[in-house]
Design a protein around this ligand. Sequence first.
Ligand SMILES: [Fe+2]
Length: 222
Amino acid sequence: MIKASQAYELLIEDVIYKKEDMFKPENKWVLHCVFTAIASQRIAQKLGLDSNRAMAMGYLHDIGRKISHPNHAIEGYKYLLNEGLKEEASICLTHSFIDNDITMTAGGGPETQEKYEYINNFLVNTPCTIYDNIVQMSDLFCLETGFTTMENRLLDISKRKGIYPNSLDHFKKAMSLKERLDTMLGCDLYDLFPEIKKEDKERINEDRNELMTLLSNPQKKL
Ligand SMILES: [Fe+2]
């Protein structure tokens, strides 16, 4: 695994030329990667794991957005393979699918049969590691503006992208992943992130209930 600093350099290469570029609307995804990297590092460190590895994977998980937003998972994977980074490339395909299960994703999942098969063939042959889980979790509560709760983020995603038949199961899976990490950490994962706004934390139950109601009435949006 490359150093986190190298992963960051690769992330911003050909995208961020000067400091101000980081705040351009089209580069919001880069800041999301930065926060995902910080969150992944923090969780790994608390778990006594390799925090450099977690941070590097956090930086790289959405790198395919350099090439294509809708196809960022596959494009990111190919991009890193092309850079000779096979081990690093994996997170591009695993980060959106909790426990490397193709059905456990937000936004419905791969839109075409071809994409579905490409990603699924990879996932079924790739055992999920704790590092995959850490980035999968961090991706769910990191925005381009910082940290929030996954309840808040998933509510936002559901309102923006619509509700899909797998959305309820995905939310339940996301909650069980967080519970698993809480147990491993010996504390509430959100306690590692005092930066999360007080109102977001206070709204967790409300957001959770709103999500459960929304997701229990699936209406596929194409
Ligand atoms: Fe992401």
